[in-house]
Design a binder for this molecule. Structure first.
Ligand SMILES: [Zn+2]
Ligand SMILES: [Zn+2]
Length: 371
């Protein structure tokens, strides 16, 4: 495999005083500010209707101004301290584009449209995820020498971006099949489930969703046509919070639609389904993270990074299919958690290298027969 260029992946220190921390905060703030500025300049195309009013508020404009100033100051600091200039340059360039875009913002505009790209969703989730997961990975890393901006980080960021941009379309595709099958379930059963306390509904939703997820996931590993799409997720050779974003859109829609259908059809309260969605988003990201501090007593009950990292191991194959509850893997004979060990390597079986880069990975399942 060709070595990634030095500006992309560097072995330069990430310690305090190296300009890494200031550069990382500056680059993330700059990228998010640029994305928010695009959304604010063209909200009828690049902002979800639910977030549009917020982006037209005073607080959004003042936050943007503060973010660009902080990104510029920290970006300059990083440039001064660091030999590799990538973070500082990204911070200053994206901040400059954000400031430029803000000149085109017309807050009195009433132009509206139903169909949009979720650029604001990208900015918001990037800020939240990096604020939560990067500190965890820096404080309690499993693989200490793995840089935050590792090889393929930009590829996985492109997957993260694509899923945010298409969030409206994928949400529609996930919800629609269940809604068209509403006639298939007894209204009595739906009312009964809907009347359960919300906590009970949430716990039941986790058990039902993970049972369905286990078998859909198992099928993705066993059915060659489904594996073509799912192997993209397994082609990641490094595990961190962002690696979980590498999920082909067909794989994501199919799995989520099949998980959502029983929850909707059984009559779960939208609040319970919403709580489950927040839970699954957090946990599905966490289990990929480069975090090694999770206590052993939790491992039999809840999927942890070590549990899911074994699912991504180059060997053995086809273990640990659950996303939440390892009990399903115990029940169905696919559980694998040897002692305190972690996998020696991640990726496709036997270390095979999959397609490289976002666009190749996107089209690969349609044109190549997987091996
Ligand atoms: Zn898998
Ligand atoms: Zn995974």
């Amino acid at each position: 495999m060709a070595r990634p260029p030095q500006w992309l992946v560097t072995t330069e220190s990430q310690g305090f005083g190296s300009g890494w921390l200031s550069g990382t905060i500056a680059a993330v703030l700059g990228i998010a500010a640029m994305a928010f500025a695009f959304s604010m300049a063209v909200p009828h195309w690049l902002s979800l209707p639910e977030l549009r009013q917020l982006l037209r508020s005073d607080i959004a404009v003042h936050s943007m101004q503060a973010a660009t100033v902080i990104a510029c100051v920290l970006g300059v600091l990083s440039l001064a301290l660091r030999r590799t200039k990538t973070l500082g340059v990204v911070a200053l360039a994206t901040s400059a584009v954000a400031v430029l875009c803000m000149h085109f913002v017309d807050r009195s505009s009433t132009r509206d449209s139903e169909h949009v790209l979720g650029v604001d969703v990208f900015a918001l989730t990037l800020l939240i995820y990096t604020a939560v997961f990067v500190p965890l990975e820096r404080l309690w890393p499993r693989h200490r020498d793995q840089p935050t901006f590792r090889h393929e980080w930009w590829t996985d960021l492109a997957w993260f971006l694509s899923s945010a941009l298409l969030v409206q379309l994928t949400t529609y595709l996930v919800l629609k099949p269940a809604e068209t099958m509403d006639f298939a379930v007894s209204p009595w059963l739906q009312r009964h489930v809907h009347d359960w306390p919300l906590v009970v509904q949430f716990v039941a939703a986790v058990f039902i969703a993970d049972f369905v997820q286990y078998w859909v996931h198992y099928a993705c590993h066993r059915v060659p046509l489904l594996w073509r799409f799912h192997e993209i997720h397994h082609s990641a050779q490094t595990m961190d919070w962002l690696a979980g974003s590498r999920l082909h859109l067909i794989d994501a829609v199919l799995t989520r639609a099949l998980i959502y259908a029983p929850l909707f059809l059984l009559g779960f309260d939208p609040a319970a389904i919403g709580a489950y969605l927040v839970f699954v988003v957090i946990q599905a990201t966490f289990v990929h993270a480069n975090v090694g501090f999770v206590p052993r007593w939790l491992e039999p009950w809840l999927a942890t990074p070590r549990f899911h990292h074994w699912h991504h191991a180059t060997a053995p194959a086809d273990k640990n299919f659950a996303v939440h509850l390892p009990i399903y893997d115990r029940l169905f004979g696919t559980h694998y958690m040897p002692g305190d060990e972690w996998p020696a390597g991640y990726g496709l079986l036997g270390g095979r290298i999959g397609p490289q880069g976002f666009w190749r990975q996107l089209v690969h399942p349609f044109f190549r027969r997987s091996t």
